[in-house]
Design a binder for this molecule. Structure first.
Ligand SMILES: Nc1ncnc2c1ncn2[C@@H]1O[C@H](COP(=O)(O)OP(=O)(O)OP(=O)(O)O)[C@@H](O)[C@H]1O
Ligand SMILES: [Mg+2]
Length: 234
């Protein structure tokens, strides 16, 4: 099975070589845990290999994202951006790509439609969807949310792209999308003796063996570094 680098050496090591390509993966963690940075690092690794990369911005504004990522020296111009803005009052959604703006109703089906159009013309190899959290809130019942998310993940599997989806996690809950994705990577912020430590663990990864331990990580001006031979606790 072909594996694709995460863009982070230590995480590749934990995954025994990287992600199995062509599948959707979930990156979960609390606010500020590093989800967006991890995803961008994954896309920049693709850019380095001249692969076409797509970033679907569902929450953060593109202008802000460009600024944030510039602090790592990453020029995200080479990443195709699908920028969206929710207008809660009208229930409509401004979807922008390459100067064209459409305003469909805010649903997962319409997102799939917009993405399908880009896939046909652009044929990305790596895709990031950041984040699922606001989309999930569109659905009133858990059953409906689960059904729609399952449809969305099934769509992503048919695309043959390696896709990372982010999702916000607070506390010990397990999110319904964790059951649906091919793999789940969890980012942690741990308070220890007045210090905040970052760590990463792999919750699940279909089709491969992987490191079951939580490992320390650091966010610096270079992005995320994972220490696959170190332990978080003592
Ligand atoms: N240059 C840098 N050096 C060190 N840490 C940084 C740097 N830039 C950002 N950070 C840290 O990275 C974290 C933000 O990461 P990121 O935006 O990826 O989090 P996130 O999980 O996507 O958060 P959210 O849920 O708000 O979207 C912040 O806590 C910030 O302190
Ligand atoms: Mg983010």
């Amino acid at each position: 099975m072909e594996k694709i680098s995460t863009g982070i050496d230590g995480l590749d090591e934990m995954l025994h070589g990287g992600f199995i390509s062509g599948r959707p993966y979930l990156i979960v963690g609390g606010p500020g845990a590093g989800k967006t940075i991890l995803c961008m690092q994954f896309l920049m690794d693709g850019v380095k290999n001249n692969e076409r990369c797509l970033y679907v911005a569902l929450e953060e504004q593109a202008s802000q994202l460009k600024q944030d990522m510039a602090s790592f020296g990453w020029d995200i111009q080479r990443i195709k951006l699908l920028d969206t803005m929710q207008d809660l009052a009208s229930g409509l959604w401004a979807i922008k790509t390459a100067g064209v703006i459409s305003k469909p109703e805010f649903t997962l089906k319409n997102l799939i439609e917009a993405m399908r159009n880009i896939y046909m013309s652009y044929k990305p190899k790596r895709v990031v969807i950041d984040s699922l959290t606001s989309i999930k809130m569109l659905y009133e019942s858990r059953t409906e949310a689960r059904r729609e998310l399952l449809g969305f993940l099934n769509f992503l599997e048919t695309t043959n792209c390696t896709t990372l989806l982010t999702s916000e996690l607070e506390g010990p809950d397990v999110l319904m999308e964790e059951f649906l994705a091919s793999g789940v990577i969890k980012l942690h912020l741990i308070e220890s003796e007045g210090e905040r430590l970052s760590a990463v663990s792999i919750q699940k990864m279909r089709g491969t063996a992987f490191d079951k331990h939580m490992r320390p990580m650091k966010i610096t001006d270079e992005g995320i570094t994972v220490f696959p031979n170190e332990s978080v606790f003592g």
